[in-house]
Design a protein around this ligand. Structure first.
Ligand code: PGA
Length: 256
């Protein structure tokens, strides 16, 4: 199949600069051995440190968000251009915490995705249902709406530079992971949505990650699934030994 397996850490609002430096240095040797792509998405204040330390290593650096305008009067925001200029390669877009706490909408997710692609950043686009939505049996409707909205106006070439992360909101930071089957079912469904819009070749090449309490214990099972091509990992990305296990599981995944 040849899909790229991407194990991405999402540090969220964690790690001061000295702590970040220490963790990244610990991660370098693990990433050297990994056969999957290793990405760390870090707070803005750690980006330059991360880019500097990872130069010449196999670790790629990502941001956790970007604004959709290239510049202007948007106090507190960072543009995709600014990230690109300092050497960032990836950016998380539409994380459920942004949607829940910072009024991120499907429209702004789409606009941020386009802004990232325009400057050559690779967006990791997050979608996923709330617990109440799963219980109501509308998981697929929610994920379809979010996915279609995020990809509105994107060309097939754009899609090749995106990653989509299925992150059921009820599984994020809760210790409650989706079962391997639940995760596989939705990741396969996402691939079908992309296939309907862009054809099966593009869909087959798209990296679809799972995220939500992925950890050293459950990663191998999730990553062995046919349609799960990596993970977006919060808590377990903050300790080198834990993240190392995920990198190893990523290397053993189905699509490598
Ligand atoms: P978690 O976070 O691994 O701590 O559940 C995942 C995420 O929010 O991307």
């Amino acid at each position: 199949m040849g899909r790229k397996i991407v194990i991405a850490g999402n540090w969220k609002m964690n790690k001061t600069r000295p702590d970040a430096e220490k963790l990244i240095k610990e991660l370098v040797p693990y990433a050297e051995k990994a056969t999957c792509e290793t990405v760390i998405c870090v707070p803005y204040t750690n980006l330059e440190t991360a880019v500097e330390i990872t130069k010449g290593t196999k670790i790629k650096v990502g941001a956790e968000n970007c604004h959709f305008k290239s510049s202007g009067a948007f106090t507190g925001e960072i543009s995709a251009e600014m990230l690109k200029e300092i050497g960032v390669e990836y950016v998380v877009i539409g994380h459920s915490e942004r949607r829940q706490y910072f009024n991120e909408t499907d429209l702004t997710v789409n606009r941020r995705t386009k802004a990232a692609l325009k400057v050559g950043l690779k967006p990791i686009i997050c979608v996923g249902e709330l617990l109440a939505e799963r219980e109501d049996g509308i998981t697929e409707d929610v994920v379809e709406l979010q996915t279609v909205a995020a990809y509105t106006g994107l060309t097939a070439d754009d899609v090749k530079n995106t990653i989509i992360a299925y992150e059921p909101v009820w599984a994020i930071g809760t210790g409650k992971t989706a079962t391997d089957e639940q995760a596989e079912e939705v990741c396969a469904f996402i691939r079908k949505i992309i296939a309907n819009k862009y054809g099966s070749e593009i869909a087959d090449g798209l990296t679809v990650q799972y995220g939500g309490s992925m950890n050293p214990k459950n990663a191998a099972g999730l990553l062995a699934k046919e349609n799960i091509d990596g993970g977006l990992i919060g808590g377990a990305s903050l300790k080198a030994e834990d993240f190392a296990v995920l990198l190893q599981a990523g290397g053993a995944g189905n699509a490598c």
